[in-house]
Design a protein around this ligand. Structure first.
Ligand code: HEM
Length: 412
């Protein structure tokens, strides 16, 4: 047990860009430690596989952050875009969690996900066409031109957001997810108001003319099934959870493969390894390095440390997935690794609902990109890359990824 208050998050660029050594050193000191977050709030940080897995399933650790805020003003305050968007499945406990997850799950049944594959391929293909128009020797930004718009287009298809509206919505979300210290800047307040208004109008439009999409399904379920606040919160959470995470996996994954040319060659030689490679890239690059915040509903002993009631808990998935007790040689990227599931998509009742969709998107994204550009390379030095997202807690993705696509496989 440690009495010293560790600082967690708000790291200097060197740690933010490569946090794994920092996670390992902290985990070696103690798997559960009280920390102060970059915004000043206290939280118990949970490190290592066993403690993380327990924290994600322990019923005494609650996800009802709104109730927690009333019990203890010291938990992280709900950020933008405000209470309209805070009652979704990731912020509630059963039975509300069970009800909301069941409703949204209707869009995630295997047949519906598989049916999206041609649309995902079409989006990936047209994004690559646009990037290729710059010429084989040109530098293009793979984040802005591929990793972001691909999952954003897919979540747009799933929800039924008209294609013409997506650029506007995408721009707002980019502002909102760019991260900042202290009070939100005016641009974020404006983006937030834009999203609130847009999603409300979208729900109204689907009420008038329903279509074969998730917004129509949720609207049709009616007020008895979910309140307007729950409906808007769920839509907001799906857009956030559905694009930034996958964009980070694509960007981080490309960098990891370019950093490990032997692994890239192994994948190119045997594309059948792609499914396993994607899970290994999630483990190794931590697109979601921490789970979302939780709070103790009663006293909980975790990793030998007693956490008092009403305290905030932050589970470090990036540390769990590099635990040497669970993954031998954890700092080695090995697409042939068969060590069983990692915690990159979480665990327990809040396990990522979108995991099958994320895996499908990543499969199509890597197949299309590497199939057309097997000799893709970084345009600038490796040191020029920088990871974004403010405090670096819940998301870990690149600001930009300048690459030269090079000639396609047939030309050279
Ligand atoms: C590589 C991509 C992704 C990663 C690494 C990821 C990771 C995660 C993690 C770690 C959680 C659990 C958070 C917690 O327990 O605090 C989660 C939950 C969730 N994710 Fe994902 N996610 C990804 C993509 C997606 C996509 C594409 C969607 C939907 C389109 C999605 C929808 C959700 C939802 C709805 C939840 C909440 C589940 C619940 O509370 O029951 N995610 N995700």
């Amino acid at each position: 047990m440690t009495d010293t208050l560790t600082t967690w998050g708000g790291w200097a660029p060197a740690i933010r860009d490569d946090p794994f050594g920092h996670f390992a050193a902290a985990g070696a000191r103690c798997p559960v430690q009280k920390a102060r977050l970059a915004d000043g709030h206290p939280a118990w940080v949970v490190l290592g596989y066993d403690a993380a897995r327990q924290a994600l399933t322990d019923p005494r650790i609650s996800k009802d952050m709104l109730a927690a805020l009333q019990d203890n003003g010291d938990v992280v305050a709900e950020g933008l875009p405000g209470p309209e968007f805070s009652r979704h499945m990731l912020n509630v406990n059963p039975p509300d969690h069970t009800r909301l997850r069941r409703l949204v799950s209707r869009a995630f049944v295997p047949g519906r996900i598989a049916a999206l594959e041609p649309a995902i391929r079409a989006i990936a293909g047209s994004l690559l066409d646009e990037l290729e128009a710059a010429g084989p020797g040109a530098t293009v930004d793979l984040i802005e031109g591929y990793a972001y718009p691909l999952p954003f287009g897919v979540i747009g298809e799933l929800l039924g957001i008209p294609a013409a509206d997506r650029p506007r919505l995408h721009a707002w979300f980019q502002v909102l997810l760019s991260g900042w210290a202290g009070d939100p800047p005016p641009a974020a307040v404006e983006a937030s108001a834009g999203i609130v208004a847009y999603l409300g109008e979208l729900a109204d439009a689907k009420r008038q003319s329903p279509a074969d999409d998730l917004v129509s399904v949720l609207v049709a379920a009616g007020d008895e099934a979910l309140t307007t606040q729950e409906l808007l919160s769920s839509l907001f959470q799906l857009v956030v959870a559905g694009h930034d995470t996958t964009a980070s996996l694509i960007g981080n994954g490309v960098v990891a493969l370019l950093d490990h040319p032997g692994q890239l060659q192994a994948l190119l030689a045997d594309p059948g390894q792609l499914r396993a490679a994607i899970d290994e890239l999630i483990r190794f690059t931590a697109p979601v390095p921490h789970a979302t915040f939780r709070v103790t509903a009663g006293p909980v002993t975790l990793g030998g440390v007693e956490i008092p009631p009403h305290d905030q808990v932050l589970v470090c998935l990036g540390s769990a997935n590099r635990d040497p007790g669970r993954f031998p040689a954890p700092d080695v990227l090995d697409i042939g690794r068969r060590d069983g599931p990692n915690l990159g998509f979480g665990h327990g009742i809040h396990y990522c609902l979108g995991a099958p969709l994320a895996r499908l998107e990543a499969k199509v994204a890597f197949q299309a990109l590497l199939g057309r550009h097997p000799r893709l390379r970084l345009a600038a030095g490796r040191d020029a890359l920088a990871w974004a997202h403010g405090d670096g807690l819940v998301l870990r993705g690149l600001v930009s990824l300048p690459v030269v696509l090079g000639p396609g496989p047939r030309q050279g």
